[in-house]
Design a binder for this molecule. Structure first.
Ligand SMILES: Nc1nc2c(ncn2[C@@H]2O[C@H](COP(=O)(O)OP(=O)(O)OP(=O)(O)O)[C@@H](O)[C@H]2O)c(=O)[nH]1
Ligand code: SF4
Ligand SMILES: [Mg+2]
Length: 402
């Protein structure tokens, strides 16, 4: 399972940093009585039993004002597309415009929300507000105090973590990855996996999509044969080779297409990944738009982790070169790594290209692409764009859409 990111939001001074310290069991974030103490997101990696590796993200208050304050609020809002679960805190019955705006933003990203009424040692949520929250959001806030006595801390922590876990698990189910060969391969079938061991292959191991493919086929009860492109001749020289599907690394598409029977179903690891984890429907609509690019168009490349050498090469060098070559147009490319802010408005872009996103959750990938999808900017991903530009898109797509 990918790391689960949990964002903590609320007005200044509501007790967000105290809550993160409470969960982490150490002083991760500065706590003070001065409103506006936390000015930038603070991240803490922890292991939560039953949830696995998590990142807790403390944020600046959502009610900050003034020029600097609005910049801090913007930074806090940038955290929203990066998370899997939100904790929204309020205290002293102060539930108004800042909380309502935040709830709208969280709902826009279809995020699960744990509502926490902080400082419950001072006051608990009033009945009128409780009813109002129930009517509007169908929720009941969790009463929380960071000042809980030693005896009560465990119970309070369990209640908080159970609520976070329940929300994270149900949301993960909604955004779970489809098994790689779901509806494509059935028990007893035989799949040939073509994995070139070239200068770009990591030493001594297979890459994650290849490992996932093998595991996925074993889960189904299908057979997998793994070869390099040079082994194709040997497999297909036999009439009764028994292969039902060929899956190749996108880099070897042309070589593999030339080395297998013309009617043999064939696809790529990255297209399988796009179907199981990406916004596949949108990719299918967006990929052919590569041929509609015009001179001066700007293309956004989203790499979901920072500075992975071989992927840098694909995103920063190979894909732009292939796209300029294919279209013959003067295109500008912006590459944004990790989950960093996209510096320009989405309307500046004619196309968005997302990497396979193997290091992030499916929800994070969806949230990353949501602004483009909402603004009607075509989206595609590396594997689908590469197969399109290599002229084998239709063939590689066919086994995936039956
Ligand atoms: N009584 C009581 N005080 C609390 C509780 N949690 C936090 N405080 C106090 O409230 C003040 C603000 O707490 P923080 O955790 O820094 O609040 P914050 O939301 O991170 O504040 P900013 O970073 O300024 O946005 C501090 O003086 C804390 O000691 C609580 O559960 N009960
Ligand atoms: S998250 Fe994206 S850039 Fe990073 S290794 Fe995976 S595919 Fe490559
Ligand atoms: Mg704080």
């Amino acid at each position: 399972m990918n790391t689960v990111s949990i964002g903590i939001f609320g007005r200044r001074n509501v007790g967000k940093s105290s809550l993160i310290n409470f969960i982490a069991g150490q002083d991760v974030a500065i706590v003070s009585e001065n409103p506006g103490t936390t000015t930038d997101p603070v991240r803490k990696r922890i292991e939560i039993f039953g949830l696995g590796p998590c990142v807790l993200i403390d944020t600046a208050g959502i009610d900050d004002d003034g020029e600097l304050g609005r910049k801090r609020v913007a930074k806090t809002e940038e955290v929203v597309p990066q998370i899997d679960v939100a904790v929204l805190m309020f205290s002293r019955d102060d539930f108004g415009a800042p909380e309502e705006d935040m709830m709208s933003l969280l709902r826009r990203y279809d995020l699960p929300v744990v509502l926490v009424h902080g400082k419950s040692d001072v006051s608990r949520t009033g009945d009128v507000l409780l009813q109002d929250i129930r009517n509007r959001y169908g929720m009941r806030p969790l009463e929380f105090s960071a000042l809980e006595s030693e005896d009560g801390r465990g119970v309070m922590l369990d209640a908080l973590l159970d609520s976070i876990k329940a929300n994270a698990v149900s949301a993960a189910e909604r955004f779970s990855e489809k098994p790689m060969f779901d509806g494509i391969v059935s028990a007893g079938q035989h799949v040939l996996l073509v994995c070139p061991i070239d200068s770009e292959a990591p030493t001594g191991r297979l890459i994650l999509p290849q490992v996932n493919a093998i595991r996925s086929l074993l889960d189904i009860g299908a057979a997998a044969t793994v070869i390099q492109p040079c082994g194709l001749g040997q497999v297909f020289s036999k009439e009764d080779h028994g292969i039902d599907l060929v899956v190749t690394d996108s880099q070897a598409f042309a070589e593999v297409a030339a080395g297998i029977p013309s009617q043999m179903p064939m696809t790529s690891f990255s297209m399988l990944l796009a179907r199981s984890k990406g916004c596949f429907k949108e990719y299918c609509a967006g990929t052919p738009m590569i041929d509609r690019l015009k001179d001066g168009d700007r293309v956004l490349i989203l790499e979901s982790c920072s500075h992975h050498a071989s992927c840098d090469d694909i995103g920063r060098v190979k894909i732009p070169a292939m796209m300029r070559n294919r279209t013959g147009k003067a295109l500008t490319f912006d590459v944004v790594g990790g989950l960093d802010r996209i510096g320009r408005p989405m309307s500046d872009y004619a196309l968005v290209l997302q990497c396979g996103g193997c290091m992030i959750t499916r929800r994070q990938l969806y949230s990353r692409l949501l602004p483009a999808i909402e603004s009607g900017v075509p989206v595609t991903n590396y594997g689908m764009a590469i197969s399109f530009m290599k002229g084998i898109y239709e063939r590689a797509l066919k086994p995936l859409v039956k």
